[in-house]
Design a protein around this ligand. Structure first.
Ligand code: NAD
Length: 305
C-alpha cells in the first residue's frame, strides 16, 4: 500500500486524514499548528518534521490548505514538497485555489517527474467528518486510478471531470452557486425579520416552493438558525472563493453581476468582524448591519433536524 503524506490538518484536513487512517492507510502528517498534528498522531499517524520531510517519505502527498499562495509555497516554494519528492511520487491537492495556480503547480510537478491531481472537495465540513464528501477530480486517467482508493476512503461521491485543472475549475463554478446562495438567503431572512414575519412560517413557505435551496435547507438548519455560528466553512474562505470566481470570470470575459454583489456583501461581513464565523452567519451579518435581532428557531421547532 502506498504511503500517504498529509499536509494541512484544519477543519477539513483533520477528518479527511482521520478517515484515511481508519481505512488502513499509513500516514505521515504535517501542519504549522502542532496541536492539529497531535490529534492525528494520537490516531496512529507519524509526524513529519517539515513539509520536505513528509514529501521525502511519502508516495502520494495530499495538501488541504487555505489558499493559492500557501499551496504554491508548500508545493513549489523553497523547502517545499518538490524539494524532496521522489520521481514517480504524486501530489494530490484538495484545496480550493485559483486554476492558474493549479496549472502552474501541475507543470512544476511534471518537470520533476512527479504526478499531479487536483481534487477539491464539495459538500459541508460535517460530510467530511463522516466520510461523505464529494470530490471533483482533474488529472490523467492513470493518476486518477492511483488515488481513487484514497478518495473512496475520504468521500462517497467521486467525479473525474477531466485533465489537470478540471477539478479546480469545477469547484469554482460549484462555489459560485453555493456561496452566493448564502447572501440571497441572508437578504431574504433579514427582509422577513424586518417585515415582522415568523421564522418558522417563512421557512414553511420557502421550502414549499421553488425557492428551496440546499444551503437554506441543510446547512442553515444545522448552523445559524439554531445559533451555531462556529466555523464549518468560514466567511473568510467563502470570500476567497467568490474572489476566485470573479478572477476566473474576468479572465474568461464572463460578466457575473450576482457574484460581484455577493462577494462585496461577504467583504462587508468581514469588515464587521464576521470573517471567522460559519458562512451561514451571513444572516447575522446582514441583520447586524440593519440593527435587527437575527431569527433563531425555537426549541422543539418543526424545522429543527
Ligand atoms: P482551515 O483554515 O481550517 O485549515 C487549514 C490548515 O492548514 C490549518 O490547520 C493551518 O494551520 C494549515 N496550514 C496553513 N499554512 C500551512 C503551511 N504553510 N504548512 C502546513 N500547514 C499549513 O481550512 P479548511 O476549512 O480546512 O479549508 C481547507 C481548504 O478546503 C480551503 O481551500 C477551503 O476553501 C476548502 N474547503 C473547505 C470546506 C469547509 O467546509 N471548511 C469545504 C470544502 C472545501
Amino acid at each position: 500500500m502506498e504511503k500517504i503524506g498529509f499536509i494541512g490538518l484544519g477543519r477539513m484536513g483533520r477528518p479527511m486524514a482521520s478517515n484515511l487512517i481508519k481505512k488502513g492507510f499509513e500516514l505521515i502528517v504535517h501542519d504549522v499548528n502542532a496541536e492539529a498534528v497531535d490529534v492525528l498522531v494520537n490516531l496512529g499517524a507519524d509526524a513529519g518534521s517539515s513539509v520536505a520531510d513528509v514529501a521525502a517519505r511519502a508516495d502520494v502527498i495530499i495538501t488541504m490548505l487555505p489558499n493559492s499562495a500557501i499551496v504554491a509555497q508548500v508545493v513549489s516554494g523553497v523547502d517545499g514538497v518538490l524539494s524532496t519528492a521522489r520521481k514517480g511520487s504524486l501530489v494530490l491537492d484538495m484545496s480550493t485555489i485559483d486554476p492558474n495556480t493549479t496549472d502552474a503547480i501541475a507543470a512544476d510537478c511534471k518537470a520533476r517527474g512527479v504526478g499531479f491531481v487536483d481534487a477539491p472537495v464539495g459538500r459541508l465540513a460535517t460530510h467530511a467528518d463522516i466520510g461523505q464528501s464529494l470530490f471533483m477530480v482533474g488529472g490523467e486517467d492513470a493518476d486518477f486510478e492511483r488515488v481513487k482508493a484514497m478518495l473512496e476512503a475520504m468521500g462517497s461521491t467521486i467525479y473525474h471531470c477531466g485533465p489537470c485543472g478540471a477539478g479546480t475549475r469545477s469547484k469554482i463554478v460549484n462555489n459560485f452557486l453555493a456561496v452566493s446562495l448564502c447572501q440571497l438567503n441572508a437578504e431574504a431572512l433579514t427582509l422577513a425579520t424586518g417585515l415582522g414575519l415568523d421564522i418558522e412560517s417563512t421557512l414553511d413557505v420557502l421550502y414549499g416552493t421553488t425557492a428551496t435551496n440546499g444551503q437554506l435547507r441543510i446547512n442553515w438548519l444545522q448552523k445559524v438558525l439554531v445559533g451555531d455560528t462556529s466555523a464549518g466553512f468560514t466567511i473568510d474562505l467563502a470570500h476567497k472563493d467568490l474572489t476566485l470566481v470573479m478572477e476566473s470570470a474576468n479572465a474568461a470575459k464572463v460578466p457575473m453581476p450576482m457574484a460581484a454583489a455577493a462577494r462585496e456583501a461577504f467583504s462587508q461581513a468581514r469588515a464587521r468582524k464576521f470573517g471567522g464565523k460559519d458562512f451561514s452567519a451571513m444572516l447575522d451579518a446582514n441583520c447586524d448591519a440593519v440593527g435587527l435581532e437575527p431569527p433563531r428557531l425555537p426549541q422543539g421547532s418543526r424545522h429543527r433536524t
